[in-house]
Design a protein. Sequence first.
Length: 132
Amino acid sequence: FPVTIASTWALAEAIVWQEDEKIWCQGMEEEMDTHKFYPILGQLRYQYQIGLKLIQAVKSGSSLEELAKAFPQMLTKNLQKYYGALPKFSENYFTKACSLLFDYELEAKISVCSLKLLWVKLLVSLKSLEKK
């Protein structure tokens, strides 16, 4: 499972939206170095922030059509997929995940722990977050 831009995107989606167990498991086995770890953290952060913005907009009454106007850069099929998945998640899920990402990125920068170990710990922590 070599990490490419396309596969980091798929991995981030699988982790955040908890939609593809196979990709998630492959991600657990991924070797990590600084050239892979930080880009994947960026993809994860983007996905969690999008989820947080979407769930806040839906809570305030925005329709799918209004979301499409608010997120013009997002592909329609992705917006529809994320919008459809939102009922499975709480705002707290996205907020806690963003906080975890910050913590693990900081730990990666100041720790002597291997990035592989941090990666696996991060995935376990993200997987254990309560969705609702």
